[in-house]
Design a protein around this ligand. Sequence first.
Ligand SMILES: Nc1ncnc2c1ncn2[C@@H]1O[C@H](COP(=O)(O)OP(=O)(O)OP(=O)(O)O)[C@@H](O)[C@H]1O
Length: 880
Amino acid sequence: MSASNKYKPTEHDGLKEDGTPDKRVNPEHGFGGQDREQVAELGRQGGKTQPDEIYKPSEHGGLKKDGTVDNPTYIDTAHLIRADSDVKYKVFRRGLAPTAGLHGLIGFEPMAEPDLLVNFDLAPAGQAFTASSINGIRGGRWKDRFRAKKRLQYKRNKSDRSDTNVLKQSKESSRPRHTPAEAESNSRHRSRTDKEPNSTSRPQQDRPVVSSIFSSNPLPVTKPDPTTTANTAPAAPTNAPLQDGSAFATMGLAPTLASHLVNTMKLKAPTSIQQTAIPQLISSDSDAFIQAETGSGKTLTYLLPIVHRILAATLKGDKLHRDSGCFAVVLAPTRELGRQIYTVLMQLLSHPSLHWLVPILILGGEKKKSEKARIRKGGNILVATPGRLADHLVNTSSLDVGYVKWLVLDEGDRLMDLGFEETLQQILTALNQRAQTQPKDQSSVALDLPERRITVLCSATMKPSVQKLGDMSLKDALYLKSMQKTQDNGDEDSSKGFQAPAQLKQAYIVVPAKLRLVSLASILRRAFVRKKENMKLIVFFSCADSVDFHYEVFGTQTDDELEQPEPSLSSDDEEDEENEEEDEESRSEKEPTSVAKRPSNSAKSKAPLIDSAVSLFKLHGSLAQHTRTATLNDFFHEKDAAVLFLQYDPPYSKEDYIHRIGRTARAGREGRAILFLMPGCEEGYPSDVLGDNRLARKLADEVLKKGFGDSKPSKVPKQSKSVDPAWKKDFMPKTSGQQWEQEAIEFHLNVERRVLASGDLANLARKAFQSHIRAYATHIASERGIFDIKQLHLGHLAKSFGLRERPGDIKVPIHGKTRHGSEAVPGNPRTGPGKRSLASMENGGEALYEQDEEERQEATRKMRKKMKEHMNIAAEFNFG
Ligand SMILES: Nc1ncnc2c1ncn2[C@@H]1O[C@H](COP(=O)(O)OP(=O)(O)OP(=O)(O)O)[C@@H](O)[C@H]1O
């Protein structure tokens, strides 16, 4: 036997070089379940190596054609192997005891040395993996057992003698995370990576980690809360149209408008907030603060009184026209919300008697030139994002805001979150300075319009920043809120802040890091099996890189997309722009958006890993504006089932959470929201951060069984031809009870293989992994006990991105100015340009905490702001 291919404990599962248990091996999963059957069967075969058991390189991903080990190598669904690239193996299996004791031996045999045994001895299912269980090797030839035992004994003794501290440290790190406080004290100075204490004996790059997703996962630390109301009878909707006889016609609205709402817009009755606020806004000239839950119809709540009063003024005075002045400005925090408000306004103004009222939409990211042209032509209601409006107020002389009678600040909390405070202040100052008593067009003296400008501030949540915005903009404001009764305790309790609509079913799943990807896949598969019809689903991620990675993993490009080169709208070609402007001029002024007319260039693909009928979309702030717009547009109009990929990581605050889940269960409709949390401190999120006992608790296993279970036909794509059927037959669990586990593993293996095979996908995975950690570090201070970056097991996390590299070896290429996801954390000296290694994050991102507190806070604030800018698009749009 040559020295190079001698058996080394570090090369197998079970023990580390120091002889202590390798924490990646989970006794509960080793040969658990059906593997026992397989083990028993092999034992019955007499332990002889059969000719057909010879491992054939070409037949599976284990060896390359040249006979060298395909590095890393999967051998068994429930085991890991660290393979040396220069050792040739053939598989052999020896007398496996037909007992339930799970002490089978499965080995790889270097061609040059038939006697070499690699031990996969595992403790019985359910028992702790202890040093003593190692001795219980059974099955096979007595010689093999004896040798293996001696080797292990030797290593253990050596390790005991040399470094007892290492053993202690290793034991600690193999424990599941417990309470936040316990975990905190354990991990303060501990690196949570796959790097073993004495692993410096071999170069890291040579040692990819190929572990089963079902091994060594931390266990949940909480039990289901008996006080939860999640599983009680379905709650009555709290944001639905009223069914108590309330009608638009009895709210003081002009009959034309009321009948238009019912007959054309098909809205049967007002929602609670509409019923409360519309009559007040029609009859009073006071400012107003409107607070109502997500999806309760706030847009119409402020638009209807404005349109009604302009209409009433027209009836009394001379006819108004587009040049009569801009009477109302509506500010939205994001372009998507701006576009959405504009669409509702267009629907409202589509009545023939209102066609003379002209709205204008001005948004960041669109062409200023065409916007200027629209402004020049005049309009009566302006919908805008703050930055672009401030720009036009300075640079577009034709924008006349002298006679603005309404200023609406929609989604006030978001406006502040996104850092628009200063811009809003500039806008308020400009409006005040330019205020006139009469409209520009003296012939249209609008007698019945408010004398002073009315400001309406809307928010679903009430927090200090909203109050600050209120102080800035409101004067003696009315406080208007929904009077809807909640199911449990009568009137909504405003002191609680804000709760999600009662009919929205919320749940959280405790998912270990390594099972995140398969759990996500499982939920998506299950969702589309159950509800085929135009089912739409949003997945929120914490960063753009993660969106890109998962979009690649789950999607494939459609043929259309491949054929159609993406039109570049950022071209400087003046001619193009002029032509486009001409086109726009010739279109009806009330056409919702010019982009909707363009051929689709949305970020869309098919999702065979979920269901071949499912379309996949991705959306984040790093995409070009025209792509964002087209994507949302296509998503809304998608007839087949559709998934929009955004974020599946927990949000940055309770308010973010509410906004996100509020995209569903709108206007009384049903909705479901699921949150992924990792075992350990994250489990405190529902009670400590959300303070909501309506979230049902589930475990990853339950979710995986549903998506990968027996009842479900296998959807693992045929691309798994690299997984040889013989290999599957030999090494995958066979009986039906664990079908889900087998399929989940196979799914994950395929992703890992694709990452290995494609440099581009591998780079995406690395960037996503890194950005995910950085995003994780930006949780607000009060939530840091829940999202404690020092508790993140980076090795396991890397696995959920299909990576087999050790965290410290993951190199993220940076090309000049990167997108936000890969940007260096501001103020972090370790993240300069060039090839960056995650080694700087081996201490669970501790670098972020080592900085001067003030500097760190500033860095995190900037990072969070940037992330929000990029990622909150989906938290704003109307998701029916
Ligand atoms: N009276 C009504 N009856 C039925 N549907 C309504 C009614 N009013 C509004 N809607 C619909 O409810 C949905 C949500 O409306 P809107 O976007 O105005 O809610 P919102 O309160 O602003 O929500 P968010 O704060 O989450 O943005 C829209 O699809 C809208 O068409």
